[in-house]
Design a protein around this ligand. Structure first.
Ligand SMILES: O=C(O)C(=O)C[C@]1(C(=O)O)C=C[C@@H](O)C=C1
Length: 422
């Protein structure tokens, strides 16, 4: 695994609690609030870099102050304008190009280094929020995406999004799909609710172990706890191991290991990484218990600003759209890519939360109702590629809502099932 700064030891863990949900978030743009966020951010970043956050209470107080004073960068009037033809953001149709401009004077801002590179070059370490505690696969993914980063544990996905929006973190690295367990729907919904941009992806081979306190045997176990994805990825293997015991879902794999250690549970095992075993003093009862050796989780990297799309290496673009006209539109949208020879790598649908059901036909005669969806599509082309721009211009004609979630380099790192991952 790549070396990442936090969580070198349990004592560091103790002094660096996970972020939790802030009490109050202000969504109204306000210049003085933006000043506050920057000064608090600087103070917090000093604390983080030096590992100086005194205790959980201090940190949570800082988070609460931060949450009640700050606004996201998105709400300060920054938007993207220019000549491009495409997109609508949160239902409002807008032109898309990737040069930030100020709404009030329409002057183009110079590109910053963050626009050009996924990692900052200003000397300080990149702070990367992830969901879980040290030893979680998401922490490993953060390390793979940003080697030498400071990884910030968050107790929920939502908190990781907010950490980036509120400048506590520079990036978030969050799982979106697993080759065995499927999509992590919560993160698809959160991508839509927040205005962060996908700036990269990383695929992590996930190698699960069954962990228990030293001296505990399989026969002593009454339950197995882990993240729901990990439980589903190991379902048949647990049965094959004769572990027909209760299976309980917890927030993350490493958190399950930590829970067993802190509560001295001799009848419970966790599904987690070998690194979690080391961190929390557990023994490995069984190694490689995922149902398929090719168990890979795909994570996306999120930032406040998009990166500039390029064509000199393979790029992927993620979009989300909705439409009013029934399923024939989906066919037309897919055709816009097929006609231009653009491969789709993923399609996902989620309920359209504000209007999940639509009456079809004549309401007086007991009309049929159909479900309404948001569709998420990943396709293999950069937004700098004219084929992608033309396809999206066409998609926009068929859809009532279209947003580009990000255009970013594809993770091309080779991996094989024999890669042990974590
Ligand atoms: O619990 C963890 O360790 C995580 O990082 C979360 C998570 C997930 O959400 O899918 C990530 C990778 C594995 O697929 C299992 C769990």
């Amino acid at each position: 695994m790549n070396s990442i700064t936090p969580a070198k030891s349990l004592s560091y863990l103790d002094s660096t609690p996970k972020l939790s949900v802030p009490r109050k978030i202000c969504h109204q743009p306000n210049t003085s609030q933006v000043c506050n966020i920057k000064s608090i951010y600087k103070q917090e970043s000093r604390n983080f870099s030096a590992g100086l956050v005194a205790n959980r209470a201090d940190w949570q107080t800082s988070c609460a102050i931060l949450a009640s004073n700050v606004v996201s960068q998105q709400s300060t009037g920054k938007t993207y304008g220019g000549n491009a033809e495409i997109v609508s953001i949160n239902g409002v149709h807008q032109a898309l190009d990737l040069v930030p401009v100020q709404q009030n004077n329409n002057l183009a801002l110079p590109l910053s280094i963050t626009d050009l590179s996924p990692a900052p070059m200003h000397g300080s370490q990149l702070r990367v929020a992830y969901q879980g505690v040290p030893g979680a696969y998401s922490e490993a993914a953060a390390g793979k995406a940003y080697p030498k980063c400071v990884a910030i544990p968050c107790d929920q996905f939502e908190v990781a999004f907010q950490a980036v929006q509120h400048w506590i973190a520079d990036r978030a690295v969050l799982p979106v799909e697993n080759s065995l367990g499927g999509s992590i729907h919560r993160n698809y919904d959160l991508l839509l609710r927040h205005n962060l941009h996908i700036v990269g992806e990383v695929q992590l081979p996930v190698h699960h172990c069954l962990l228990a306190l030293p001296g505990v045997r399989k026969e002593d176990l009454n339950r197995v706890i882990s993240h729901p994805q990990a439980l589903s990825q190991c379902e048949s293997t647990l049965t094959k191991l004769g572990l027909n015991v209760a299976r309980e879902a917890v927030d993350d794999t490493a958190g399950a290991a930590e829970f067993i250690a802190t509560h001295n549970l001799r009848d419970t095992a966790a599904i987690a990484s070998s690194r979690a075993a080391e961190l929390y003093g557990l023994q490995i009862l069984a190694d490689g218990i995922q149902d398929d050796l090719s168990n890979v989780t795909r994570f996306v990297m999120l930032a406040r600003e998009p990166i500039v799309p390029r064509t000199d290496r393979p790029f992927k673009t993620s979009i989300v759209f909705a439409h009013d006209e029934g399923m024939s539109v989906l066919f037309k949208v897919l055709s816009a890519f097929a006609f231009r020879d653009i491969s789709l790598t993923k399609i996902e649908s989620r309920p359209y939360k504000n209007r999940p059901i639509k009456a079809v036909g004549d309401a007086n005669t007991g009309a049929a109702k159909r479900f309404e969806y948001m569709f998420y599509i990943d396709f293999e082309a950069s937004m700098a590629d004219p084929r992608a721009q033309k396809a999206l211009a066409e998609v926009q004609e068929f859809t009532s809502f279209l947003r580009v979630l990000g255009s970013y380099p594809m993770d091309m790192t080779p991996w094989s099932p024999s890669n042990r991952g974590l």
